[in-house]
Write a protein that binds this ligand. Structure first.
Ligand code: ADP
Ligand code: ASP
Ligand code: MG
Length: 401
């Protein structure tokens, strides 16, 4: 079997933990498998490097940020290779470039365009464990790029796809995918299986256990992901194609996204083109707008509310402040969060959303915005109620049963 292992920041967070990973990889190799390992930077390392850059500039060059941030993963890859060799396991560390990972030109948020697996394949054929620095590649000019936060998951899935690996095992500090973040609700239950579709929603709605783009790619390439812990030998959770009998599960998980902020605009001139102007300006600055609410207008004025990632609020605020004539009142609020319920079973059942609204009402939690799709319901609430809302919803759908 050819298996891709991915170890996240916590799993390689100290020299002892890298040693632990080396032992696990050595064991898997000795069982007769071909192993490719993708590693993250040691935990906290990427944040530390970002802080270093901020010391010199509020707006550092993205090219240089990629030079800087890609180094974290290379450190871990090299250390793991050294540790493995010391255990008598032949191993070789590779940067994204050496592993043949080509991306587009979008520095700090690049997309993988192709992977030439020849170099990795040659090393595997020599019997070596190949260790690839995650989260990075090169663009057509040979410049180093990185793939966005959490991007090592994406590297692992893409490599598993390119090598046609039998599985992509993603190791973190939890032993699988739970019905909600077990740090918030200790009664959360581990799932044996979750469909790509549901996992993609959970990840996109804030469950950072897997990066959402990696799940999207796994679905496209049909890569089987197994989420496991690097600190135990528990069976993990398989993420794969939904099977016929899945519809019985109404709600499969609750996700929380604290990285949310809201912009509320009052007395907006209600004329054709105003929304286009506002949202085009935001899009030009690469600001992703999530929920949008516009109220019925009266006397030629309307009100408009939308959410953006908290990390993008100050950028959005600068843009909105420039709309003097058309917007009467502007307010910006980052003390909000988004809580969501996800389940493919919702497609064929009614009343799921109503249950959520009643449960939150009973706890006196005001719902400030709502958005729904076939398999999810998301609600914006005050940040201070985040954990209470997660636990309330987890219990009302009997996910702890
Ligand atoms: P890594 O650093 O290895 O990439 P992450 O910190 O990104 O790991 O992801 C693991 C964390 O994801 C867990 O510690 C857990 O708190 C969080 N998490 C959020 N939602 C879930 C969920 N539904 N199931 C499991 N873990 C979750
Ligand atoms: N080190 C990068 C980050 O912290 C990528 C990753 O760990 O997946 O976002
Ligand atoms: Mg992660």
């Amino acid at each position: 079997m050819l298996i891709v292992h991915k170890y996240g920041g916590t799993s390689v967070g100290s020299l002892e933990r890298i040693e632990n990973v080396a032992s696990r990889v050595a064991k898997a190799k000795k069982e007769g498998n071909d192993i490719v390992v993708v590693v993250s930077a040691m935990s906290g390392e990427t944040n530390k490097l970002i802080e270093f850059a901020k010391h010199f500039s509020d707006n550092p060059s993205k090219r240089e940020m990629d030079m800087l941030l890609s180094s974290g993963e290379r450190v871990t890859a090299a250390l793991l290779a050294i540790a493995l060799k010391e255990m008598g396991v032949d191993a070789i560390a590779m940067s994204g470039r050496q592993a043949g990972i080509k991306t587009d030109n979008f520095h700090t948020y690049a997309r993988i365009e192709s992977i030439d697996p020849t170099a990795m394949r040659n090393e595997i054929d020599k019997g070596r464990v190949v260790i690839v620095a995650g989260f990075q590649g090169i663009n057509e000019d040979g410049e180093v790029t990185t793939l966005g936060r959490g991007g090592s998951d994406l590297s692992a899935v893409a490599i598993a796809g390119a090598l046609k690996a039998d599985a992509c095992e993603i190791y973190s500090d939890v032993d699988g995918i739970y019905t909600t973040d077990p740090r918030i609700e200790p009664k959360a239950k581990k799932m044996d299986f979750i469909s790509y579709e549901e996992m993609l929603e959970l990840a996109s709605l804030g469950a950072k256990v897997l990066q959402n783009r990696s799940v999207e790619l796994a679905k496209k390439l049909k890569v089987k992901i197994v989420a496991k812990s690097s600190f135990s030998n528990e069976e993990g959770t398989v993420i794969g194609e939904e099977s016929g009998n899945m519809e019985a599960v109404l709600v499969s998980g609750i996700a929380l996204d604290r990285n949310q902020a809201r912009v509320s605009l009052k007395d907006v001139s209600d004329r054709p083109g105003i929304a286009a102007e506002i949202f085009t300006k935001l899009a030009d600055e690469q600001i992703n707008v999530d929920m949008i609410i516009q109220n019925a207008s009266s006397e030629g004025l309307t009100s408009l509310g939308f959410t953006v990632a908290q990390s993008e609020l100050s950028k959005a605020q600068k843009i909105i402040e420039n709309f003097d004539h058309d917007i009467g009142g502007k307010s910006f609020d980052s003390d909000i969060c988004k809580v969501s319920i996800v389940g493919v079973g919702m497609k064929s059942h009614s009343g799921v959303a109503a249950t959520a609204f009643s449960a939150l009402a009973k706890e006196n939690i005001n719902i400030e915005m709502i958005s729904t799709s076939e398999i999810k319901v998301s609600m914006i609430i005050a940040e201070k109620y985040a954990e209470l809302a997660v636990r309330t919803l987890h219990s009302v759908y009997k996910l702890d049963a």
